[in-house]
Design a protein around this ligand. Structure first.
Ligand SMILES: [Zn+2]
Length: 90
């Protein structure tokens, strides 16, 4: 079974999946901290996996889409946030 990730645009918080009728899902995209190991390994080790609360579509932030190359590593304090989040799990 393959795992498909959609691209989460910078600042995007609502799901952009469309149902059979062509209507936008607009479910809330939530950071998925409890992602199973196969999802984490498919996403990449340090990837931030997001999941739509409504249709459960998986999202990854668009890393390549940063406007200028080289800026990728200073987008946000990943270490700080990760360490903090790991403790509470929420
Ligand atoms: Zn959705």
């Amino acid at each position: 079974m393959s795992i498909t990730f959609l691209e989460k645009k910078p600042g995007q918080r609502a799901c952009s999946q469309k149902d059979e009728k062509g209507e936008l899902c607009v479910g809330h995209l939530k950071r998925w901290y409890q992602a199973p190991a196969e999802v984490v390994s498919a996403a990449g080790h340090d990837a931030q996996v997001f999941r739509c609360e409504r249709c459960h579509a998986l999202y990854l932030p668009s890393a390549k889409d940063t406007s200028s190359a080289g800026l990728q590593y200073e987008v946000r304090p990943v270490n700080l946030l990760g360490g903090f989040m790991r403790h509470g799990g929420k």
